[in-house]
Structure formats: C-alpha cells, structure tokens
Design a protein around this ligand. Structure first.
Ligand code: MSP
Length: 655
C-alpha cells in the first residue's frame, strides 16, 4: 500500500433520508481513513450526493417540487452524517455543483475524442430505481434483479463502446487480482467480462435533469457517467492539483448492488478518457433488520440518527464493523448491539480501563509506576500484544474489520485475565511493591496500546481513554505502539471514568452533542456483575425474556481456588455462621465466614479441601472480615460444602 491513500464512499441518491446502509459504507470508509492517517499516510476521504437522473426527477415530481429543491432538501441530511457519525471526510461533493459538471463534460469530450461515442436508437428495459438498462433475459419475473420495476424505453441516444474495452479490462483484472474485493466479487466480475461486454447507452433525451451532453441539444449524460466522475471531479478533474496527489491511489468502498458500475463501466470510461484506473474496489454486503429485508413499506428501515441517540456513535460503529465480516451480509438488531455494548465494550474494554486506572489510583497515587521484575505472565501478555499488532495490520490490509477488532479485543481479554492471574490486590497487601509495579506498568502499557489501536474504531471513546491515561495527542500514532514500553514512568494519569456507562443510566441522558433520544426502547432489566473496580461500567444488557446470560468474560472473572480448611470455630456474634480459616496456596491464611453452622460442627470441617471464591470483595460479617466465599449447595441443615479429594493441593485454579 502506498503512502497516499484516497478513499471514497458512493455518492448517495437524494431521494430519501440516510439509513443504516449509507451509514455503514460511510463508517467503513471513515474507519479506513482514520486508520491510514494513524499510519501516517497522506489521506483524502470523499463522500457526497448523487443528485441527477430520472429517479431524482421522479421523486421531486411526486413531492411537487423542483429537482434542485429535492436535491437541496436531501443532500443536507447526508452532509449531516459527518457530524452524526464523526466522519472525517475532507470534501463533500454534490453532482449539481459546477465544479463537478465541468469534469463530467470533459470526460464526455475525452471519450468522444477517443472515438468511443456514437449515436443510435436505444430500445430495451430501463429500471429507474437502479438507473440501469436491462435486456429481456436479465429480467427476473418481469422486474430488474433488484426487484425494481422496469419500463420499456425507446429513444435516440448516444452509445459508449464498452465492448471495445472488454479485453483490456480482462487483462487488468488478471494482472491485478486485488482490483476487486472480496474474491467472490472479483470472480463474479471476471466471469461477466469474459462473456463479452455490450455497448451501453450513455445519454437520455426523455427528461432533462442531468448534465447536458456537450454540443447536442436535448440530451443529458447518463447518470452513471455523471455520478462515477465524482471521484475525480472532487479532485479538480484530470488537471487538478489534488488529482495529481491522490489519483489513482483510490479505493472505492461500495455496496454489492453497484459493483458492475464501479468494476466494469468506470474502468472502461477511464480507459477511454486516457486516465489511470483506481487501485481497488471493495464491495460490502447488505444489512437486514432483525432477519428481514429493510423497506419503507415494511417500516423497518434502521435510522442511524435514532441508533446514535440511543447508544452513541462509537457503539454503533463498533457494532457494524465487528458484527459481521466486511463483504458479507449482516443482520442488525438492537438486542445484538446491546450484547456487544454490554460484553465487548463495557465489560471487557471499559472494565479493563476502570480496573487498571482504579488500582493505579489506589496503589500508586495514579502515577505510571517504574518497571519491576518480570514473570512469565508478563511475557505472555506482551507476546499477545505483539501478535495482535501483526494480526491487526494484516486484517486492516484486507479490510477485515471484524478480524481486526477480534485481534484488539483479544488483548483486552488477555489484560483482564492477567489481572485475575496476577492479583495485584494481593501483591499490595503483601507489600510486594516491585512486583506490583511491574504488573501495574504492564496493565498501563496494555491500556495505552489499546487506546491507540482503537482510535479509528471508537473515535470518541479511545481519545477519552487516552486522555484519562494522559497520553498527549501527538503521541498517539500507530508507530508509538511498535515497541513495548512506550509509556513513560511517572506520568500522572487521571481519574477513571466509565467509558461505556450502563445502558439504563445512559438512556436517561442523550449522547453528548447528539440529538435527544427520539424513541423509547422496551424496558430492559439489566444485571449487575461483581467487580472490584470502583467505577461501574455497563454490564451485560439482555432482554428479560429467556435466560439472562452472562458473557464468558464475566464468568472467568470469578477466581475459584481449592482451599484446605485449617481451623473452624463458631462465629462470636452469629449463630448461623462459622468462622473458618483456610489455606488457598497463597502463602497466608484467610478467614471466611460461612453460613453453615446448622449443618456442620466446626471440628468436622478441619482437613476438608473446599472451593473458595477468592476474588470476592472482602466484607465485614457481624464484626469479622470475611475474605471470600466457600462453594456449597443446599440450605440450612441440608447445606453441603463442595469438597475435593483430601490430597488435592490448595491453590489450584478451579474452572
Ligand atoms: N447513487 C448511487 C451510487 C453512485 S456512486 C458513483 C447509489 N446510491 S444509494 O444511495 O442508493 O446507495 C448508496 C450505498 O448504500 C450503496 O453502496 C448501497 O449498497 C448502500 N446500501 C443501500 N442499502 C443498503 C443496505 N440495506 N445495507 C448495506 N448497504 C446498503 O447507489
């Protein structure tokens, strides 16, 4: 990949409000733009609106307004996506702008000068919905393959010699197996080109809402010639300064429905105009909503404004990129998004931040500690981070967002597990300061790396985390994570603030700077999980119907150890309780108060090997501090401690 990166979204039709499909393309493109900027590449990100053609003219007529009014009305909410979704587009092109129209006409002249435009009569089927021509045998049940209606059309028009460029395009595909991605789409296009290309009609005369064909009264240029040219008109056309810099480093991110226009027509137009071809075209899949195709008539179109108001822009972006493989179809549902929110974002990423910053505050006055003696546990976490970095780069090179996020979240998982394994609170209690320092340093550095890596995916929350860690804005490049140990000793970190508050708390306050919550979700019952972190992040949020699941990540936070009972006596202040001393292989004894006095005589317990929940927050029970809980089944006189064979060594992890 070169150091210049030009990324585009399709330009959106101005015949309706933006929906999840538009948001998806834009978020994916923006994430790539942010990623490349973080790598230090000279990046240009373009989006915009497609405002000409019969489809727009028809929508305007139905609304009783002029096409330009229609375009102005609907271009605005697409421009508004930049704010709503935190897009970092460098430009926003509208095809009704003079700067665009001039370039479309220049493209036409170049194609004409190459001898590739000729006049003829077109007769065939046309789908206004797709703005595309179809032959009889391409129709499915009398409709376009997309399901749109077709109408018979016969008119004088200009044709483009697409057929002439078939062999050259095929050669380009063969020489550049990454020209179209993913592979299935590449194969589909290659097969299509191999069958031979037919010339296409590139002007319309039955309506006037378009760019005029130069020197031909009454003809407007076919909307796809017009629309595709935006990718260079926004750079100032073939003579533009930006064109010099960014063309042909372009990557076009599109939906699978508009692949043929981008992977066949566009390269042929460019070849005819004597211009180089873009670097790559990536076609993503489509979203359904709760298993159903989205449509206005079904009333189930997902509105990005509502989702952002309810969950915030970062969780929306994270969900779309994490939930399914880029390139395949995905299904959106509020329940699935809440699952990701509660699990991946709050319990995993958010909690690692809370726990680390909390412990740093408690044990080191919030300062990044000096490094200390290392163990295999630290080495293992460092190795996980190093491998994840390699996997992340490889995944992003292939636009595999979900894989990239899986790699990053593997580090968050490993960080949480590391806390359970190293038990910093025990190190603090035992006064093992040097070891505690190394553990907390390792956690701080892991968190810094996570903060840096997640910037393209969580453009609000990652900077918030990096600010809590006091990582300066100019020290957040990807390169800053190349070597372990970039976090300088002595940096004063800030207070831990929940990055992903519980959804029930959050729903009472709209996301900062975002529209107020427009719709109310069904009341959800949220579950709490035990944490030693002082700040509460959201816990797993699930619907109440059916079982209330916890994530595996929650379960593994419970640390269970085998423990030998050394002594037991009645509790001085509670008849129900026994005060039990256990050895859990930690080099010290623990006291646990257990409500088993009705079932066991203290002397019968000594020597038994039981299961201790070791990382339960200590609690004072009737004046005695109880550090953990013994696993048991039953109640009252029928309670039974779960025991292990007597020779089972204390301190073994139970899972
Ligand atoms: N104007 C043309 C593009 C011209 S580009 C030179 C167009 N516009 S569109 O507004 O209809 O669609 C824009 C994008 O939204 C397409 O990439 C399309 O695939 C995407 N999506 C529309 N519905 C979608 C889903 N349900 N799911 C995912 N993406 C979908 O086509």
């Amino acid at each position: 990949m070169s150091d210049t990166f030009y990324i585009t979204t399709p330009i959106y039709y101005v015949n309706g409000a933006p929906h999840i499909g538009h948001a998806y393309t834009s978020l994916a493109a923006d994430t790539l733009a942010r990623w490349h900027r973080m790598l230090g590449h000279d990046t240009w990100f373009l989006t915009g609106t497609d405002e000409h053609g019969q489809k727009i003219e028809k929508s305007a007529r139905e609304a009783g307004i002029e096409p330009k009014q229609q375009a102005d009305r609907y271009s605005a909410p697409f421009r508004g996506l930049t704010d709503l979704l935190d897009l970092t587009n460098d430009d926003f092109i509208r095809t009704t702008e003079p700067r665009h129209q001039a370039v479309v006409q220049e493209m036409w002249r170049r194609m004409q000068a190459a001898g590739d435009i000729y006049a003829d009569t077109y007769s065939g089927w046309y789908s206004v919905g797709d703005e595309a021509y179809f032959t009889e045998d391409e129709l499915v049940d009398g409709k376009a393959p997309s399901g749109h209606d077709v109408e018979w059309m016969e008119e004088q028009s200009y044709f483009f010699r697409l057929s002439k460029y078939g062999p050259a395009l095929l050669k380009h595909l063969e020489d550049n197996p990454d020209f179209v991605r993913p592979k299935t789409r590449y194969n589909e296009i290659k097969r299509f080109v191999e069958q031979g290309l037919r010339d296409i009609s590139v002007s319309r005369s039955q309506f006037g809402w378009g760019v005029p064909v130069p020197d031909a009264d009454g003809h407007v240029i076919y909307v796809w010639v017009d629309a595709l040219s935006n990718y260079i008109s926004a750079l100032g056309g073939p003579d533009g300064e930006k064109y010099e810099t960014y063309w042909p480093s372009a990557v076009h991110v599109i939906g699978k429905d508009i692949l043929r226009f981008h992977a066949v027509y566009w390269p042929c137009f460019l070849m005819s105009a004597g211009l180089p071809l873009p670097q790559q075209i990536f076609a993503h899949g489509w979203w359904t909503h709760a298993g159903e195709k989205m449509s206005k008539t079904r009333g189930n179109v997902v509105d990005p404004t509502a989702i952002v108001a309810e969950y915030g822009p970062d969780p929306f972006r994270y969900f779309l990129l994490r939930e399914n493989t880029f390139g395949t179809d995905g299904d959106f549902s509020a329940a699935a998004l809440e699952n990701r929110y509660g699990g991946d974002l709050a319990n995993n990423y958010g909690n690692l931040a809370n726990r680390t910053l909390g412990m740093l505050g408690r044990y080191c006055q919030g300062k990044v500690p000096p490094r200390g003696p290392s163990t295999e546990l630290d080495d293992a976490l460092r190795a996980t981070v190093a491998q994840a970095r390699i996997d992340l780069i490889a995944a992003m090179d292939r636009f595999a967002f979900s894989k990239a996020l899986t790699a990053i979240w593997g580090v968050a998982d490993a960080g949480n597990k590391y806390i359970t394994e190293t038990t910093p609170w025990v190190l603090a209690k035992k006064g093992e300061t040097e070891r505690l320092n190394e553990v907390l340093y390792t956690l701080c550095e892991t968190l810094r790396v996570l903060g840096v890596w997640t910037q393209p995916f969580l453009p609000n929350k990652a900077p918030a985390l990096l600010a809590q860690l006091n990582v300066p804005a100019d020290a957040r490049s990807f390169e800053s994570t190349a070597e372990w140990g970039g976090f300088a000793e002595g940096v004063q970190t800030g207070k831990a603030e929940a990055l992903f508050p519980r959804l029930d708390q959050k729903k009472t306050a709209p996301a900062e700077g975002k529209p107020a919550q427009p719709k109310k979700q069904k009341q959800k019952q949220k579950q709490k999980t035990a944490k030693e972190a002082p700040v509460t992040d959201a816990t797993e949020a699930k619907e109440t119907e059916g079982p209330s699941y916890i994530q595996f990540e929650d379960f593994i936070k419970v640390e269970m150890l085998s423990a030998k009972i050394l002594a037991a006596e009645p509790h001085p202040n509670a008849d129900r309780l026994l005060k039990i001393t256990v050895d859990a292989g930690e080099g010290r004894d623990r006291t646990v108060c257990a409500g088993i006095a009705a079932a066991y005589a203290p002397e019968d317990l000594v020597g038994k090997t039981v299961i201790l929940v070791a990382n339960l927050k200590p609690r004072k029970l009737r004046g005695v501090i109880s550090e953990g809980m013994l696993m048991a089944g039953g109640e009252g006189a029928n309670v039974h401690l779960i025991t292990l064979p007597g020779d089972h060594p204390p301190g073994t992890r139970i899972s």
